[in-house]
Design a protein around this ligand. Structure first.
Ligand code: AMP
Ligand code: ZN
Length: 672
């Protein structure tokens, strides 16, 4: 390669890998496999080594990877959280073993551990109490997420009495079990949210949530695998001993961790888990091999990025070839059309695979899919297998290209594609059966109107009989008693139960009704935020996109979706039908006990993180003293109560409008 070419290759790789790092660590939505990433990183490292003068200080080879999100307090790690070097085959592992033997001779042992596919976390315990939980971040400093960590059931907030040291740090991996992932991801899809690609991303996304009560709802687990403290090596001679002790203090240490004294034993461990891993309830992506003895670990030392006494062996994502039999198109309740590949059944990672996701039209075009193509299916960390390539050598003669439909496969309405979006939609909201049925099913679901005595099949049957075509019809069903009685297997008892359930749903609070409407991107949490901020549906209908986006944690995308939904006359008409039926379209505010009227006629917005009070506590104080809370910054606003880490755009806006910016202490002074 010419020098100029090398320079541009380095620049291209640097940019690409930095983008992938951002997607992986910040967005938690990776778009490249770990294997491909590591290959590219290795290529970059080799080029940099041959041309050290071209090394860019921002190169992804110069850091462990990762970025720190802004909302959390940044904490420096006392001991850097290093990465592990990776191996992908026996040869590379043998090289590692030889390097070690050169330094240590033959008298040493390895500890073999599963490489849990989650996110690493560092926990600090003082006098037996969990005082700090920090993410890896860039390896030098990470985000402090202690409150979120405290919601994890297998992480003790307080240790059992025993012989634990006064101060220590323990590291491990936070992850989500596959079953919980599948259940929660299904809910996300039903709420119109983008599903997470795999349990690891779900766990990473969860740990970075601002709302710990939401974290608590998502079952996370944590295995611990490293102990750090000042005089650790006097207390324990080996890593293995420390793990035994840690277990007795109440930590979750994986029961499959094994001592091995020779390389063949290590290889046997690796090959055993290559298959057995599919029977675990969680994902692992490899094996970690650590030299057991601490003194020997010191002898081996570290490179800039990783210890020389440990290495990971990564399993390749499993792939299999099979034949694409057809592509079908599913229409969801929001009208989004998802292509699904129907495959000739094939064995992969211990399960029979018959279908694979294709995401959208771009994906089909990217793969250049043709009918009866022989495709390569991969099941990596993802639950639903995906097609990663086509074996063009096996293409049938005169292949027919897969053409994305231009019309809805169910109702034949021409599909639309919104600008900047990859997904096609069927716009026939009122006439497209899967949309109609799906919307009603969502509305009656447990987290929305929670209509007992009515299930998804009932909705389908009633839709087919013409008794249900939109959610408002539910509340007229009682007028159709005789028609209901004629439905097969629908006894008097079940009809009564259903009608009672429907009547009772009128008591469901505003936030549930709002969630039940099925507005795109408005899940349970967002619905609650909207209900609390706007108090009633009329305020929400009148709010501008900016007003909506001014609510904490509601972004532009959600705000636009809400505004669009509530600007549609069809939806407004449906809402008015429901309103006439006495559904709750306003929050019920508790009788307020005013402690003073010192803040009367003054309006406030609270933003950021505070030292002494939570945002909820500050809001309560303001309201109890007669003040008014506004949802966004406008010229009407009197005070912005600013904490740490508030958004720079909010601050700038407040400054521009000359709004008084006060601290929590100043607020407290106003009411004393
Ligand atoms: P990598 O991200 O590929 O550099 O691998 C290093 C990461 O593997 C660590 O930061 C941990 O998050 C993770 N890991 C998973 N299981 C283990 C384990 N048993 N021991 C050490 N690290 C582990
Ligand atoms: Zn349709």
């Amino acid at each position: 390669m010419e020098k100029g070419d090398v320079a541009s290759r380095i620049a291209a790789l640097t940019k690409e890998l930095n983008d992938h790092n951002y997607k992986y660590y910040v967005l938690a939505q990776p778009s490249i496999s770990d294997f491909d990433f590591d290959q590219k990183l290795a290529e970059l490292a080799a080029l940099e080594k041959a041309h050290p003068e071209l090394l860019d200080p921002d190169s992804p080879t110069q850091k462990v990877g990762g970025d720190i999100t802004k909302q959390f307090k940044t904490v420096r790690h006392k001991w850097p959280m290093l990465s592990l070097s990776n191996t992908y085959n026996e040869k590379e592992l043998k090289d590692f073993d030889e390097r070690i033997r050169k330094v240590l001779g033959d008298d040493f042992e390895y500890v073999c551990e599963l490489k849990f596919d989650g996110l690493s976390i560092s926990l600090t315990y003082e006098q037996g109490a969990l005082t700090k939980g920090v993410t890896r971040g860039d390896g030098t400093q990470g985000d402090e997420v202690t409150t979120n960590i405290k919601t994890i059931k297998s992480v003790p907030n307080r240790l059992k009495s025993g012989t634990y040291p006064d101060l220590f740090e323990i590291r491990g991996e936070v992850f989500m079990h596959r079953a919980a992932f599948e259940r929660l991801n299904k809910e996300r899809v039903e709420n119109g949210d983008i599903p997470y690609a795999n349990p690891r991303n779900f766990a990473a996304g969860t740990i970075k949530l601002q709302d710990s009560s939401e974290v608590a709802k998502r079952p996370l687990d944590c295995f611990l695998y490293f102990l750090y403290m000042d005089d650790r090596d006097r207390l324990f001679k080996t890593h293995w001993d420390s793990l035994q002790a840690v277990k007795s203090w109440g930590f979750h240490v994986c029961e499959h961790t094994t001592l091995c004294s020779t390389l063949p034993e290590v290889l046997a461990f690796i090959s055993y888990w290559e298959n057995a891993r599919h029977k675990l309830s969680y994902d692992i992506d490899g094996i970690v091999i650590k030299v057991n003895n601490y003194a020997q670990q010191h002898e081996l030392g570290f490179t800039a990025k990783s210890p020389r006494w440990a290495i990971s062996y990564k399993y390749k994502a499993e792939e299999a070839e099979t034949i694409l039999q057809s592509v079908s198109y599913q229409v969801g309740r929001t009208g989004a059309v998802t292509p699904v590949a129907n495959l000739q059944p094939v064995q992969l990672s211990g399960t029979t695979v018959k279908r694979a996701t294709l995401h959208n039209a771009n994906e089909i075009a990217r793969l250049d899919l043709h009918e009866l193509d022989t495709v390569l299916v991969e099941k990596g960390g993802e639950i639903i297998p995906k097609i990663v390539g086509v074996n063009k050598d096996k293409r049938v003669p005169e292949p027919v290209q897969i053409a994305y439909p231009t019309e809805c496969p169910v109702c034949n309405t021409p599909l639309i594609r919104k600008e900047g979006e990859a997904v096609h939609y069927c716009p026939n909201e009122l006439g497209c059966p899967p949309q109609i049925v799906g919307k009603i099913q969502h509305f009656i679901s447990r987290k929305a109107m929670d209509i007992a005595g009515m299930g998804n099949e009932t909705v389908e049957v009633l839709y087919k009989k013409g008794l249900l075509t939109q959610v408002g019809d539910l509340y007229h069903l009682h007028r159709h008693q005789s028609e209901l009685e004629q439905i097969e297997r629908f006894g008097e008892r079940s009809i009564q139960n259903m009608l009672q359930g429907i009547e009772k749903s009128k008591e469901q609070p505003f936030q549930k009704v709002l969630f039940g409407l099925g507005i795109r991107y408005v899940g349970e949490t967002i619905a609650k935020k909207l209900a609390n901020s706007f108090k009633n549906i009329d305020n929400l209908i009148q709010a501008s996109t900016e007003d909506i986006a001014a609510v904490e944690e509601i972004g532009e995308r959600i705000a636009q979706s809400v505004k669009e939904y509530l600007s549609n006359p069809l939806h407004l008409q449906q809402i008015s039908v429901l309103k006439n039926e006495q559904l709750q379209f306003a929050i019920v505010e508790e009788e307020l006990q005013l402690t003073s009227s010192k803040l009367a006629d003054k309006s406030f917005v609270i933003s950021g993180v505070f030292e002494h009070y939570s945002r909820e506590e500050l809001s309560k104080l303001i309201v109890e003293n007669g003040g008014k809370l506004l949802s966004g910054i406008s010229a009407k606003l009197n005070y912005l109560v600013a904490g740490d880490k508030m958004g720079p755009s909010k601050l700038a806006k407040a400054q521009k409008l000359n709004i008084a910016i006060i601290s929590e202490d100043e607020l407290i002074k106003m009411i004393q």
